[in-house]
Design a protein around this ligand. Structure first.
Ligand code: GAL
Length: 348
């Protein structure tokens, strides 16, 4: 389902009865311009980590533990919809779109399903990630499916013919027959799609999806570290993997490692931020590479969880300092991204 434009109205219909004298129009117009959000003419809009991010309806964006799929010039952000007051027997995923990564348009609540595996009260659908399979022209969503005690440990697969339609639940499975809890997605520069998943007994796995994205083709590597919120980016010839420690909703120092090949060997893991900051209170969910005409920016996308009021959980997105085997998450501050040039500017 997409936003539907209202039917066009003629000027006559709108202006049936002039509400204000025409002389007031110039003053009205300048007032409108002053109160409008910053658009292209004023330079790129500001991204404010930790603040309430409102969508086009003025509602806080519900895309927790999310992921981004880019189609043409449009970014689609999918994530857990934890809107307060939704019926508790179902789980929800929302989808938003943007062309500047700052203004988000609500597209649809693309998932609203009841317990598809009979897991009982407290069942879990978390960290949805959507891939587009060109051969089948299907949008394929992976999510962590679990029971209340997190023992089921599988991925769920949902499918849709359009990016923001209603996704239908197809199946669940254990990738490569291993336990799978937090998942991440990675699409390499050549378009190959990978699933990242946390396998509690062994560590952190990266697996290549089959061509139709409905199953796993092969394992790329097992990184024998216990890490959640897994994310990978390919930047300047190196793969960077990040993840958090296993502390539930509580933040911890997220860490990164590098490799020249996805199959490894991977370097030792190092902190991405001062460890006492616990990743500035956030947990990784994805790294997004924005390649512009002048430069490439890699965005750290993290969740600032509020477990007692999940609907109010916030987002920490910052441009990473990345390159030459190093990756640092700078202290969160308001920043701007020029989506055309790829340049990010952080406020002083
Ligand atoms: C976190 C995980 C979240 C959620 C939470 C539940 O470690 O990253 O996605 O599963 O635990 O406690």
């Amino acid at each position: 389902m997409t936003d539907v434009d209202p039917p066009p109205q003629s000027f006559k219909t709108i202006m049936k009865k002039p509400i204000l004298p025409l002389a007031a129009l110039p003053a009205m117009l300048s007032l409108c311009l002053m109160t409008m959000p910053a658009r292209a003419a004023d330079g790129p809009p500001t991204i404010r980590p930790g603040e309430k991010w409102e969508d086009n309806r003025g509602q806080h964006v519900q895309a927790h533990g999310g992921g981004i799929l880019k189609l043409g010039d449009t970014y689609y952000w999918f994530g857990e919809d934890r809107t307060q007051g939704l019926p508790q027997d179902k789980r929800y995923v929302a989808c938003y779109s943007s062309t500047d990564l700052a203004h988000w348009t609500f597209r649809n609540q693309v998932v609203a399903i009841s317990d598809p595996e009979n897991l009982g009260r407290g069942w879990v659908l978390e960290r949805p990630k959507v891939f587009y399979s060109a051969p089948t022209k299907k949008f394929v969503m992976y999510a962590h499916i679990d029971d209340g005690p997190y023992k089921f440990a599988r991925v769920g697969v949902l499918v849709c013919d359009t990016v923001d339609g209603d996704y239908k639940y197809v199946k669940s499975f254990r990738p490569l027959d291993h336990e799978s809890r937090d998942i991440g997605q990675f699409i390499d520069d050549d378009g190959t799609a990978y699933l990242i998943f946390e396998d509690r007994p062994y560590g952190f796995r990266i697996a290549k999806l089959a061509a139709d994205y409905m199953s796993i083709e092969k394992e790329m590597c097992l990184i024998p570290k216990h890490m959640e919120g897994g994310a990978v980016v390919h930047y300047n010839g190196l793969y960077y993997a990040i993840g958090s420690a296993l502390t539930g909703w509580r933040p911890n120092p997220n860490r990164f490692a590098t490799a020249t090949n996805l199959a490894g060997p991977w370097s030792e893991f190092k902190n991405i931020a001062p460890p006492e900051s616990n990743t500035y209170g956030s947990q990784s969910t994805m790294m997004l590479k924005v390649t512009g005409t002048k430069t490439t920016t890699v965005i750290f996308m993290g969740d600032l969880w509020r477990p007692q009021s999940q609907w109010d959980s916030r987002y920490l997105w910052m441009p990473l300092q990345i390159g030459d085997d190093k990756l640092t998450l700078p202290e969160p501050k308001p920043w701007k991204l020029d989506i055309k040039t790829g340049e990010a500017t952080v406020e002083n």
